[in-house]
Ligand binder design. Structure first.
Ligand code: HEM
Length: 502
């Protein structure tokens, strides 16, 4: 009819939402643009088209809602967001104002506290070992830092999660998932609406800073209230699922966890890759502001177009081996935070939360073992996790204690961050190679100048890391080591040799 392949597939059907990734290949392979009869909408699921549509805000507008409802015809369930659901020039004004409030410098200043909180939380979780990465970490951590960043009142912060869930459900149709969500979230919606009012906000938080912008004439007080609400709508359920999804990815891919522990600077890439791999936000809509001649068909003016962000992030036309979680991958261009003018306002909040949590995990946890299959909550927009049961195994090394090289010394000698140092049971510095006369000149044995040994090395649990000039190596516990009795400097060159490092 419109020149595009039609698919008999309902993206808001509970079966589809239970595992969207099963149906993504069908959506992508059908063509660059498809017609979804079930909801009477066009859809794009390939990376090239999704990214181009997100970028082309003049053609694919947000002002008629980024959900299924068309605001030109239907009343939204709440007054539209002044960021997400508006177009320029209004969007330029509100986004410019909010960019100033959410400055990176301010966020970085708060990082030491965020790190301490993450570290204390992980230490607490290790006491029991068995955790649900959704409730115990995904929810617990953002709730311990985000409401303070905004300056929210203390009582009732738990309402933020059901509120966020409802907001994201409301981008879909009025199905059972949304109806039940709204019915359960009545109190949460009222609490959030009240919390955005000036008199409920603490001084110095981002919330109050938006009102101060209103005092300067950058927006009206009524707009300020709605802008503060944007933080609360978009800033909690996203990070809850983002963190839980990150832990899930690392638990299901232990090789990637080993890689990350060997080189904690990969943490930033690991979080981006987790967003590409397990898209927290699965879809958003746009509405066409004109007829669009595309891929051999015509999308009429005023049509809703469903953009499958998560399918685009696993499009084999764009990514090699797209279903693999690979923290060394170049993820630039992923659309997990969107793309173009509406790209996530809070992405640095999400990234810094993830950085603090990952650094704490890397420093204290040797292994993240899945203890049961994860379960999901059905949501019309989010890939929402219900439970991620895992067991955290404590790292063997506490280099600060009983170490031959105290942590500070490790830092000084090898340019090693104390948190990096703390993650390994043994750290060895290698000064030079000596030719081994028994093996001829090709064979070299390193001269070990010092070993940083964990006091409980008899358990030999930790990984091993070797530092040699600028090069770093790491590998897991080697059972062969048991043959040597207590670890001492003499046996370490043999280990290096066995692992082909020298
Ligand atoms: C892992 C966590 C997060 C993910 C995956 C995520 C994802 C997204 C995506 C995909 C968009 C684009 C929407 C569109 O194009 O229509 C977006 C926009 C937005 N996000 Fe996030 N987000 C996250 C965290 C946050 C946080 C922590 C905040 C608040 C501090 C936030 C606030 C916003 C706002 C206000 C917008 C609208 C921006 C605009 O339209 O100009 N997000 N986010």
């Amino acid at each position: 009819m419109n020149g595009f392949p039609a698919l008999d597939l309902d993206p808001f059907d509970e079966g589809f939402l239970a595992d969207p990734y099963l149906q993504h290949p069908q959506l992508r392979d059908a063509g660059p643009v498809v017609w979804l009869e079930s909801i009477g909408c066009f859809a794009m699921a390939r990376h090239a088209e999704v990214q181009a549509a997100l970028k082309d805000w003049q053609t694919y507008v947000s002002g008629r809602g980024v959900g299924l409802a068309d605001f030109s015809r239907e009343e939204p369930f709440r007054p539209p967001s002044l960021l997400l659901e508006v177009d320029p020039p209004l969007h330029d004004r509100t986004r410019g104002l909010m960019n100033k409030v959410t400055s990176l410098a301010g966020l970085r200043a708060g990082m030491p506290l965020w790190r301490d909180k993450a570290s204390a939380l992980v230490a607490r979780l290790l006491e029991g070992g068995h955790i649900d990465a959704v409730a115990d970490l995904g929810e617990a951590y953002p709730l311990s830092v985000f409401p303070d960043l905004i300056g929210l009142r203390d009582n009732g912060r738990e309402h933020l999660i059901p509120y966020g869930t409802t907001v994201f459900n409301a981008f879909g149709p009025r199905n059972r998932i949304l109806e039940e969500g709204i019915a359960a979230a009545g109190e949460a919606i009222a609490w959030v609406n009240e919390s955005c009012q000036r008199q409920h906000l603490k001084p110095h938080g981002w919330g109050m800073q938006v009102y101060e912008a209103a005092d300067r004439g950058d927006c009206t007080p009524a707009e300020a209230e709605r802008l503060v609400r944007s933080f609360l709508s978009a800033g909690v359920d996203t990070t809850v699922n983002g963190l839980a999804n990150l832990v899930l990815a690392l638990a299901q891919n232990p090789d990637q966890w080993v890689l990350l522990r060997a080189d904690p600077t990969l943490g930033k890439k690991a979080f981006e890759e987790s967003l590409r791999w397990g898209g927290v936000i699965q879809t958003f809509f746009r509405t066409t502001s004109r007829s669009v001649d595309i891929a051999g068909g015509m999308i009429p003016k005023g049509s809703k177009v469903l953009l499958f962000l998560a399918a685009a992030n696993r499009d084999p036309r764009r990514w090699d081996n797209p279903d693999a979680f690979d923290i060394a991958r170049n993820t630039s261009g992923h659309v997990g935070f969107g793309f173009g003018i509406h790209q996530c306002l809070g992405q640095m909040v999400a990234r810094l939360e993830a950085e603090a949590v990952l650094d704490a995990l890397v420093a204290q946890v040797a292994e993240i073992r899945p203890s049961a299959l994860p379960t999901f909550r059905l949501n019309n927009t989010l890939r929402a996790l219900a439970h991620v049961p895992v067991q955290l195994i404590a790292a063997g090394g506490e280099c600060g204690k009983a170490a031959r090289f105290p942590t500070r010394s490790a830092e000084r000698r090898f340019g090693l961050h104390p948190q990096q140092a703390a993650q390994f049971g043994i750290i060895i510095a290698v000064k030079q190679h000596k030719t081994d006369p028994r093996h001829g000149c090709a064979a070299v044995f390193p001269t070990v100048i010092g070993a940083h040994l964990h006091h409980d090395i008899a358990r030999r649990k930790g990984s091993f890391a070797f530092f040699h000039h600028q090069r770093q190596f790491a590998f897991d516990h080697d059972p062969e080591i048991d043959r040597f009795g207590p670890v001492h400097k003499g046996v370490l060159p043999v280990l290096l040799w066995r692992h082909g490092i020298f």
